[in-house]
Design a protein around this ligand. Structure first.
Ligand code: NAD
Length: 429
């Protein structure tokens, strides 16, 4: 029996373009159908392995007790320990965490690192919590999901509104329960306590590597190639600096205050200096000021959405002029927009490939923790380059073989890898 008989076909008439779980599932279904996936394996992969919902009581500074809701979803662990970030945000929901955990499963498989996928989150506004409240929240959340955590079972990392300090608290709480220091239980730690060199720049560096591969593939030069980058945070600013170093011209960048544009090029170091002094790009001199929406539609060669999800939709996809879209952000393009970009011949490097540099160096961090031997930055960069170039070319080969776009190819390749392991392992009765 083919997947035909089990997978819902075509976009659902009630599809919510911006629902993360539906967006992920639509791509998953398209890839499963192309792969002619075994229906039993299709059913397994359409469900999360484990979802933990926990109530987290926290003593607030004013003496009150507040109870927060936390989630940890292990989507699939067939290829290895679950891997995925923890976010602290008011928008966290079980649906969103599950979709992101599935995404992590495909992302780890597409770069062929031996991890499954997970995600976690706590519904809270961290900006309204004191440092002490945030620490107590983090430690109680960690204690409440202790049975799923572990270097061999589930390894969190930072995500929206969590950082190195939060990872340090998680590592300490877990280690206190285990009665010895366990560095490999989280990644994205401070370097002083087992973090990896090159982790901070890893996602932006990965974006640069795959953009270079795509330019080579399309026969486009590095020098003078025009780039617009939405989002000038960790991913966007590192990608901008490294692409500039390679000779590309960064003509537009943006943050939540808007975009700045100079057709002759923006010096990334000047923009970084401006941000260091003024926090936001707003008011930066020698540039035209545009909206974030206008940035997406600029006449450039490469567009890197590196801020938010759902920014390229059926409403603006037809106006995108870039020849290459490299998705630094998670989920910047909605499923209906995919078809429009494809029709217009735009080469999309999908998020699960383009921004996989971060999880790849997280994997290196976990390996170094378990080896107890730390790599030089050069070694981290060399191995990251190897993984990203190999993965890009494997996805490209799959896209040619199956005559599908890069996104469908990336999903097909990763689902195929996860499915192969399920077949080999069989089902424990
Ligand atoms: P960040 O917080 O460092 O930077 C985000 C940037 O986006 C900032 O410049 C911010 O001003 C801007 N921004 C926020 N709201 C905006 C809006 N409404 N319009 C335009 N810009 C806006 O975050 P980051 O770590 O660079 O992550 C960016 C994206 O990349 C996210 O989708 C994240 O999930 C994804 N990602 C990050 C990593 C990583 O290692 N950091 C790994 C994989 C994927």
């Amino acid at each position: 029996m083919s997947a035909e008989s089990v997978a819902p076909r075509g976009p659902s008439p009630v599809l919510n373009e911006e629902n993360p779980f539906e967006a992920m599932m639509e791509r998953f279904d398209a890839a499963a159908e192309r792969l002619d996936l075994d229906p039993g394996i299709y059913r397994i992969l359409r469900h999360p392995e484990k979802q933990v919902i926990t109530s987290i009581p926290v003593s607030m500074d004013n003496g009150d007790v507040e109870v927060f809701t936390g989630y940890r979803v292990l989507y699939n662990t067939s290829r290895g320990p679950a891997k995925g970030g923890i976010r602290f945000d008011m928008g966290v929901s079980l649906d969103e965490v599950t979709a992101l955990a599935a995404w992590m499963t495909w992302k780890c498989a597409v770069v062929d690192i031996p991890f499954g996928g997970a995600k976690g989150g706590v519904v809270c506004d961290p900006f309204r919590l004191s440092r002490g409240e945030l620490e107590r929240l983090t430690r109680r959340y960690t204690a409440s999901i202790l049975e799923v955590l572990g270097p061999e079972s589930d390894v969190p990392a930072p995500d929206v509104n969590t950082n190195e300090q939060v990872m340090a608290w998680i590592m300490d709480t877990y280690s206190m329960h285990k009665r010895h220091t366990v560095t490999a239980v989280v990644t994205g730690k401070p370097i002083a306590m087992g973090g990896s060199k090159g982790r901070r720049e890893a996602t932006g560096r990965g974006v640069k590597i795959v953009v270079k591969e795509a330019l080579r593939e399309l026969g486009m030069p590095l020098h003078g190639t025009k780039v617009a980058i939405q989002g000038f945070g960790n991913v966007g600013s590192v990608a901008a600096a490294l692409l500039e170093e390679e000779g590309l011209t960064i003509v537009a960048i943006s943050d939540k205050t808007g975009a700045v544009y100079n057709p002759n090029g923006i010096y990334v170091s000047e923009a970084l200096d401006w941000i260091a002094r003024n926090r936001f790009l707003e008011g930066m001199p020698h540039c035209e000021h545009l909206t974030n929406e206008e940035l997406l539609e600029l006449d450039v060669d490469v567009l890197v959405p590196a801020a938010l999800e759902n920014v390229i939709t059926r409403r603006n996809a037809a106006r995108i002029k870039a020849k290459i879209v490299a998705e630094g952000a998670n989920g910047p393009t909605t499923a209906p927009a995919d078809a429009i970009l494809e029709e217009n011949g735009i080469f999309v490097i999908p998020d699960i490939l383009a921004n996989a540099g971060g999880v790849t160096v997280s994997y290196f961090e976990w390996v170094q923790n378990r080896e107890g031997y730390y790599w030089t930055e050069e070694l981290v960069i060399t191995r990251l380059r190897e993984v990203m170039i190999r993965s890009f070319n494997e996805v490209l080969a799959f896209s040619r073989l199956h005559e599908v776009n890069m996104r469908t190819a990336a999903y097909m390749l990763s689902i195929d890898r996860v499915a192969a392991v399920h077949k080999l392992r069989g089902i424990y009765a």
